[in-house]
Design a protein around this ligand. Structure first.
Ligand code: ADP
Length: 571
């Protein structure tokens, strides 16, 4: 039906769907089929039954139809009360009645013209019940009135024989109004869906605008890729980063051509290990440092990636964020340089002070019998040594890559020597030292550096057992490594603090409440020494119950290859 209507409208130059036209045009167009049919009837009448054309009721019918058609097109029906255009099809019945009365003898079936207003009323869907009643009553009134107006007496048979027209109209009207009701319901459902869709579209557009504004507001480069690795979103900052990473002269490089370097700023990152490719493989990572670009333009980036999932929870792409941390990285490097050079300058005079204090102490012990001067000198010596240790720690933590000279060494001996040195301190603190190491345990280590680690772990274990207690050192071999463990039953470290103990200048909350001296560098230095050997260091602790530090070290030279350089600035 709708295709027929569309094609018909197309024929008379109307390109829009019928329901999208103005009400005035729809009313006018609804009148047209009747008008065109009557025009054809008039031509037939004029050609073959000219005397009918002269019949006043035929002319009245034609004139009324012409006026109704003009009104249908001229009245602004959308401004009149709803359904008022029904006046046109209702008046059409009267015009058709007039035409039929005078022309039925010439052209049979003129009463069927009533199908047009019946169709119109029923299809409008405004008052389906009224439309059904009208489609019977008005045709009945017309045919019976015509019968009464004809010359001669009207018999019951005459009335019965014309009954077929109103019955036919009723059947037609009912069929059309049922079809119209279902079409209207369909149309309403369609319109509701359409409104819903428009709403969703509006929300999607709003969200898109919000997303774009947010993406361009943050000072972080953001790129989203689909699971095939194609960019689906990239903000302004990231486009700028992309250009920075492009080799000069190439404004549209592919991933393999981008200049992306490791934290040292010079070693290129292999293609497969670049953040975007790792993100496409579904990896999650946080703040990984890399450099992009070359020369003065080079920038340091902290890169973070998170995978996206679809409705079924399957990997569907990734979002990668590039934060420019160049100023921070440069400031940290400058700070390390400063600390390293100041510490270096302090060490020389301190060495001299400690040397002269030693001499002065020796002399005082011989000459000062009351021992007052010697006591004062010993306090000065202890503090000078503590200052020297602090300066040395600062220097180690701030200077460049640490050099180690590993060789086959008896780890057991290194441990015993550290235990010997720690003995006086342990005795003074009321701590019992236990040695649970094998007689011989060879490892491929730098004895001085590992000695420094054991000294530090022992010193901490004693220092952080203020009420006295027991400190045990164990060593054994396992899984091709030498394992060293320092256990105490002192203050302990909370779970939250355990995550931070290897961070520069960190001191636990429990320790900050005491007067135990320290600056939070010993464990950082120990970790970088152990890692430079290719080993690991871990902390396990229960607050208030004690702490265990476990170190693994290479057993022999074969494992030397595993040695890695700890990141600059923590050595
Ligand atoms: P320092 O001892 O000079 O403060 P460290 O780097 O050696 O620095 O240790 C960092 C922090 O870790 C210490 O301040 C302390 O809070 C905590 N810590 C280290 N070892 C222990 C331990 N054996 N028991 C309890 N806390 C410890």
């Amino acid at each position: 039906m709708s295709t027929v209507v569309r094609r018909t409208l197309g024929l008379i130059g109307v390109r829009k769907p019928f329901y999208e036209l103005s009400l005035r045009l729809r009313v006018g167009l609804s009148q047209l089929p009747l008008v065109m049919t009557v025009a054809l009837v008039t031509v037939l009448v004029a050609c073959f039954f000219p005397e009918t054309l002269r019949h006043p009721s035929f002319l009245i019918g034609l004139g009324q139809l012409a006026v109704l058609t003009l009104l249908a097109f001229a009245v602004p029906w959308d401004k009149t009360p709803r359904g008022s255009y029904w006046v046109i099809p209702l008046a059409d019945f009267i015009a058709i009645g007039a035409l039929r009365h005078s022309g039925q003898d010439a052209i049979t079936g003129l009463g069927l013209l009533m199908l047009f207003p019946v169709f119109w009323l029923a299809w409008s869907g405004i008052a389906p019940v009224a439309a059904r009643i009208i489609s019977f009553v008005l045709p009945l009134a017309i045919v019976w009135l015509s019968a009464f107006l004809s010359a001669g007496p009207v018999t019951l048979q005459d009335l019965a024989s014309t009954l077929i027209i109103p019955v036919l109209m009723l059947a037609f009207g009912v069929t059309i109004s049922v079809a119209s009701e279902s079409e209207t319901a369909r149309q309403l459902a369609f319109e509701a869906k359409d409104r819903e869709l428009q709403q969703v579209l509006r929300e999607t557009r709003d969200r898109q605008r919000l997303l774009e504004t947010m993406m361009d507001t943050v000072s972080v480069g953001l790129v989203a890729v689909d699971r095939g690795g194609h960019d689906i979103l990239m903000n302004r900052h990231q486009r700028h980063n992309h250009l920075l990473a492009a080799p000069s002269g190439n404004r549209d490089p592919n991933e393999s051509q981008l200049l992306i370097f490791q934290p040292d700023g010079t070693t290129p990152i292999p293609l497969e290990e670049r953040p975007v490719l790792r993100a496409i493989r579904g990896e999650t990572f946080n703040d990984e440092l890399l450099w992009i670009g070359e020369g003065k333009q080079q920038r340091a980036m902290a890169v973070t990636a998170r995978p996206m999932t679809d409705d079924d929870g399957k990997f569907d792409g990734s979002v990668i964020a590039f934060s420019d941390v160049t100023e921070l990285v440069r400031a940290l490097a400058a700070k390390d340089d400063f600390v390293a050079s100041v510490s270096h300058e302090l060490r020389t005079p301190l060495t001299s002070i400690i040397g002269y204090l030693d001499l002065a102490l020796e002399e005082a012990e011989e000459t000062d019998e009351a021992g007052q001067l010697a006591g004062s000198l010993r306090v000065a010596q202890r503090n000078a040594e503590r200052l020297f240790q602090l300066v040395s720690d600062l220097l180690s933590s701030a200077s460049g890559p640490m050099s180690i000279a590993p060789k086959r060494t008896s780890l057991a001996e290194v441990i015993r020597s550290s235990l010997d040195s720690a003995a006086p301190k342990a005795a003074a603190a009321g701590v019992v030292l236990r040695d649970d190491c094998p007689e011989t345990l060879l490892a491929f280590i730098d004895p001085d550096r590992i000695g420094q680690v054991v000294d530090n772990l022992l010193s901490n274990a004693i220092k952080y057992s203020p009420g006295g207690g027991e400190v045990e050192v164990r060593a054994w071999t396992a899984g091709g490594h030498a394992v060293l463990e320092v256990r105490d039953n002192g203050l302990g470290i909370s779970e939250e603090d355990q995550r931070e103990v290897f961070t520069k200048f960190f001191r636990t909350a429990a320790v900050r409440r005491t007067a135990i001296p320290g600056v939070g560098l010993g464990l950082v230095i120990s970790k970088s020494i152990v890692e430079a050997h290719g080993g690991t260091i871990e902390c396990k602790s229960t607050l208030g119950a004690g702490t265990t530090f476990t170190v693994t070290l290479p057993l022999d030279e074969a494992q030397d290859g595993e040695r890695r350089q700890a990141p600059a600035g923590v050595r």
